[in-house]
Each structure stands twice: as structure tokens, then as C-alpha cells.
Design a protein around this ligand. Structure first.
Ligand code: FE2
Length: 156
């Protein structure tokens, strides 16, 4: 499936990451469309640059979460990001941008890749992030439980 649009099922429940995935698809879709409409190389180069910036921003945020959650898939997840970054940066090459058909095909491949990546790596990471947050909420003492402790510490 050639995917160039973010859709609800891809949401991970982590607002920053979801917004960045959404923006990445927005730019990818524009790049795909611009390649089809014979836009100038400067327009394509600008979109490819935006795409590289968003990939960088997105992966930096995720990589912080990978470190924080001590993700057991960290190594393969980071390798996937590195490979994807490389592919996105390659798009900024004028010779790559000049071949419109190839550019459109690459944009479609990147869309498919990101959808698979979200399912295989980002969703398990999001589950770990939410799981790590639950004990903080669950173990927080309710106010009525704090009162005896407060009385004891005032009395002593
Ligand atoms: Fe990721």
C-alpha cells in the first residue's frame, strides 16, 4: 500500500510524537504531489529539507524515550532511525530530486516504511512509556492516607 497520509490508527497516544508523525506525512505528501506537478527544483529541495528536519526532530524525541524506558529493542530501533535518516537526507540531492518518477516512488516507499516502523517499533515503545507512567499515578498516596503520617511527624 502506498501510504502518504497519517491516519487515526497510527496514533500512539503520545501527543508530541503523533504530531511529528502527522507533520512528516504532511510534508511527504506535499513532496510527492510537487514531484507530480513539475514543481521547480527549489520547491522540491525546500520540501526535502523540511522532511529531513522533521525526521531529525521526530527521532530525537523518540530516542529520548528509548533511553528513558531502557527499551530492549533500542539497538534495532536506533539502526532503523539511522537508515531512515540516511534515505531522507539522500532526497536533498538535486540529482535525486530531478528524477520525478523515482522521487515519487521513494516518497511512497518512505510512507510505507514509516507506517511499518510505527507498528513494529514505535507502538511497543509507546506502550513502555505508558507502562512506566502508570506506577507513578497508582502509587501516589490518596490524601486520607497521608493524614496519619502527617500527624505522627508533627507529634514527634
Ligand atoms: Fe521510531
Amino acid at each position: 500500500m502506498n501510504l502518504l497520509n497519517w491516519h487515526e490508527e497510527m496514533a500512539l497516544g503520545i501527543e508530541d510524537i503523533d504530531r511529528q508523525h502527522y507533520m512528516f506525512y504532511e510534508i511527504l505528501g506535499r513532496l510527492h504531489e510537487a514531484a507530480g506537478f513539475e514543481s521547480s527544483i527549489n520547491v522540491l529541495k525546500g520540501l526535502a529539507g523540511d522532511l529531513a528536519c522533521y525526521a531529525s526532530l521526530l527521532f530525537r524525541g523518540e530516542e529520548n524515550l528509548i533511553a528513558l524506558t531502557q527499551d530492549p529493542n533500542a539497538c534495532s530501533h536506533l539502526m532503523e532511525h539511522a537508515e531512515f535518516r540516511h534515505r531522507v537526507v539522500e532526497l536533498e540531492d538535486v540529482n535525486v530530486l530531478a528524477n520525478r518518477d523515482s522521487l515519487r516512488a521513494t516518497a511512497e516507499e518512505l510512507g510505507d516504511w514509516l507506517e511499518n516502523h510505527i507498528a513494529q517499533f514505535d507502538r511497543p515503545l509507546a506502550r513502555r512509556v505508558r507502562k512506566n507512567h502508570e506506577p507513578i499515578t497508582i502509587t501516589r498516596p490518596v490524601p486520607s492516607m497521608e493524614l496519619p503520617w502527617l500527624r505522627e511527624s508533627v507529634a514527634s
